[in-house]
Design a protein around this ligand. Sequence first.
Ligand code: ATP
Length: 368
Amino acid sequence: MTELRLEAVTKRYGGRADGAGGEDGAGAGGENGGGGGTVALRDVDLTVRDGEFFTLVGPSGCGKTTTLRTIAGFEEPTSGSVSFDGEPATGVPPEERDVGVVFQSYALFPHMSVAENVGYGLRFREPPGGTTPGERVRELLELVDLEGMGERDPDQLSGGQRQRVALARALAPEPDLLLLDEPMSALDARLRESLRRQLKRIQSTLGITTVYVTHDQAEALAISDRLAVMRDGRVEQVATPESLYREPATRFVAEFVGDNNVFEGAVRDRTGERARIAIDGVDREFEIAGVPAGADRVSFCVRPAALARGAETNRFDVAVETSEFRGEGVRAYGRWNDRQIVLLLEDGVDGDVTVGFEPTDVHVFDAR
Ligand code: ATP
């Protein structure tokens, strides 16, 4: 049973350890004056519930790995706290934290067999439930579908199999928390998908609280119970995959998750919650619903699947540049007035296409 909590965690690499000199509020990377060094995390609050599969997603350098390393105890926060089930973890070294960690590189010992690699996970701890180390290793190999492979060397395994050995090794001592840092990024797309399903099955069978790091938004949406979108060391939004996709809180989230088409402009001719929006930089108005009372500017997003050829309102022409066959449809990337537009169409397009959207098929968020 483990609930994980991060409260106001700030992490500064280099510079003055006291972090004095004020927050910088700088953009990507966070190089700053003040305390000096790099601010990798700024005031991060997160709660991961017991048994949850929780994902940190965001572009390169946003602080995902630093968050994971801070949870594992490889880094101490510059300020703020990490706690497990309400117990502060400050000063507790990694090997006493009861966490299993799997990194991007498999990091298996090449001169040990598969079984010895998994058994290595038990070096600090007795196997749980009175089992012998040998029994525990067999149990784990079965869990990750590698029964009978214990005597092999790591170099006799595929990349996906090696990563499952790394997972078995992390799970062997029955940790309270499983931390995974881009564990599948070295694998090809198909293997990644099947390993992702396996991982999800194992996680829910064990009911282990899990924090997973990826920069791949599709993977994050597919695998998580909830996820946090990070940007420049901050948490931008925490939500379930579905509500993140349908109700992004900010423009950044809307664009990062699900290839949303985002428009911004001034509110005109409001009637109740409906209004016409004069799109910035374009001589064009779109009619939308859900405009908050009092707003004079809004941003709104339209999902690719909501841009339909048959729609009767808000029609416009898209100059299609590339399209990809996706089995369930064709994803087309094109332009409308210098903006990229993403469409999900039932069948292929050749050249321009006219699409539109229903005024209610949008999600409006705060333009500030
Ligand atoms: P990626 O997806 O590329 O792995 P990330 O989201 O995991 O990125 P972090 O590795 O947490 O990001 O890095 C966050 C910021 O902290 C970056 O600006 C990075 O350059 C900086 N950083 C990370 N580790 C260190 C370190 N040991 N010393 C100094 N700066 C660091």
